[in-house]
Ligand binder design. Structure first.
Ligand SMILES: Cc1cc2nc3c(=O)[nH]c(=O)nc-3n(C[C@H](O)[C@H](O)[C@H](O)COP(=O)(O)O)c2cc1C
Length: 196
């Protein structure tokens, strides 16, 4: 089972990669799980400008990178999207990456890790939940949310020791749910088809 962790910010001094690497390391140690860290910096997709939506074009792209991106997402059986909160929403770079793909997201579960100020990025996650349902995904109930993420790093931008400790149990629950749905949906995808 392949689980892809998507880093939802590409800023130079982003926080995003810290929780992404933290959860990626946990996944890497799990038996039966192949973990992949997907850095959107390595996927410099332009703002969506294909002549047709990936739904209408049935996954045919004019841009080679877009076709490769859809193929990459198609390899996943489950996803963890790691998102900041920007103006009470999620990042534009993440939305753009989501919009480039359609069928490859279908019938797969997704969990969320968020961070930001007092609301810990939860407003961004609530919006993402609506979006992924249109992509026929299964958003997992349990997520991990870090408030005041900027206090979790020192003046050099390094993670403070024990910064993620309080989230260990929540992360465990989230992964348990994600893997449960990943197994069920993988079996279902292999055994049956569903029209979109
Ligand atoms: C354009 C912008 C808007 C932001 N708006 C919010 C916000 O509405 N709520 C919040 O909690 N944090 C907000 N923040 C703070 C970010 O959540 C915080 O800086 C976070 O570390 C950014 O994620 P990143 O470092 O991975 O890019 C905002 C940051 C930026 C750059």
């Amino acid at each position: 089972m392949k689980i892809q962790v998507i880093i939802g910010s590409t800023r130079p001094n982003r926080f995003s990669e810290k929780p992404a690497k933290w959860i990626f390391e946990k996944l890497s140690k799990m038996e039966g799980v192949e973990a992949e860290l997907i850095d959107l910096r390595n996927w410099p997709l332009p703002f969506f400008n294909e002549p047709m939506s990936p739904n209408a074009s049935k996954g045919k792209y004019t841009l080679d990178l877009a076709a490769k991106w859809a193929e990459k997402i198609g390899e996943g059986d489950a996803y963890i999207m790691v998102t900041p909160e920007y103006n009470h929403g999620y990042s534009a770079v993440l939305k753009n990456a989501i919009d480039y793909v359609f069928a490859q997201w279908h019938n797969k579960p997704v969990a969320f890790i968020s961070y930001g100020g007092i609301a810990a990025g939860t407003r961004a996650v609530q919006q993402l939940r609506q979006v992924v349902i249109e992509l026929q995904m299964v958003p997992i109930r349990n997520g991990v949310h870090f408030p005041f993420s900027w206090t979790m790093v020192d003046e050099n931008g390094n993670l403070k020791p024990g910064a993620f400790e309080s989230a260990e149990d929540t992360a465990k629950n989230m992964l348990e749910q994600l893997i449960w749905f990943a197994k069920m949906l993988k079996t279902a995808r292999e055994e049956t088809t569903m029209s979109s």
